[in-house]
Design a binder for this molecule. Structure first.
Ligand SMILES: [Zn+2]
Length: 258
């Protein structure tokens, strides 16, 4: 492997699930609405108990796309503060066995430095996660998203890129090797069709890499709408929300892209 490829690719090392809060631990983040406005006084004991478990079909149906987005961003703030919800995974594994009603589907890069469930403080049964180096959309990813939203009832699609993406750097360098070549070709539209950039267009220019990473997310969001009649209609009907987001490897913070 050429040195430039090894450096570029390994710089990225670019790469789903469920939870129950332990007795005595703090309020579990299961429902978007409840998470945004925790008001335990109005909840019946049985409802509180339900919120501690894996999301049910009824709980999923009550969520709005905006509430799901708000919940994920609130979970990211807990991740940044190292305040993740304690979860009893063995109990949740048993609870989730019979079915799943996740609230969102997140398309992320392969990068090992981005543990998606942790990044949003989610557990077993909460979110679908699709991963591919460079977080681009293809037919298989679109099919997975259609399953997640149209069949399984998820309310939010998030394309989740990140800073210093090695796959994007490799695409900028026009790396060619085995099956990596056609994979990187799916990122190249962000280089060739992205919005204009003033400055040095090379992988050793962090500003340019950041620009292409963002364009790659933006084009993926556009591709979801353009290439999936099902998802476009769900969004038009207000049943789902489709957003682009960007993870900062240095801080752990997720920002929404305009
Ligand atoms: Zn990456």
């Amino acid at each position: 492997m050429p040195t430039s490829l090894r450096r570029s690719w390994f710089g990225c090392s670019c790469l789903a699930a469920f939870a129950l809060v332990m007795p005595g631990s703090r309020w579990p983040a299961v429902s978007g609405a409840e998470d945004a406005k925790p008001n335990t006084t109005v909840l019946q004991a049985t409802e509180q108990e339900a919120l501690r478990g894996v999301l049910t079909r009824e709980q999923q149906a009550r969520l709005t796309p905006q509430a799901v987005l708000d919940e994920l961003l609130a979970g990211n703030q807990r991740f940044i503060k190292d305040d993740l919800t304690q979860r009893n995974h063995s109990v949740r594994i048993r609870e989730a066995y019979a079915g799943q009603f996740p609230k969102a589907v997140i398309l992320s890069c392969l990068d090992s430095r981005i543990p998606v469930e942790d990044v949003f403080d989610r557990g077993i049964g909460d979110i679908f996660v699709a991963r591919v180096a460079g977080n681009f959309v293809n037919e298989d990813i679109l099919g997975s998203m259609e399953f997640a939203c149209h069949v399984a009832g998820a309310k939010l699609i998030m394309v989740h890129g990140h800073t210093h993406c090695g796959a994007v750097k490799a695409a900028i360098d026009d790396v060619r090797l085995g099956n990596i070549t056609p994979m990187l070709a799916k990122i190249r539209p962000a280089i060739e069709r992205g919005r204009p950039f003033e400055g040095k267009k090379a992988s050793d220019n962090p500003a340019y890499v950041a620009h292409v990473c963002r364009e790659n997310v933006r084009l993926a969001v556009e591709a979801v709408r353009e290439r999936s009649d099902i998802l476009r209609k769900l969004e038009a009907d207000g049943a789902i929300k489709i957003v682009g987001a960007y993870y900062n490897l240095a801080s752990g913070e997720v920002s929404l892209l305009p």
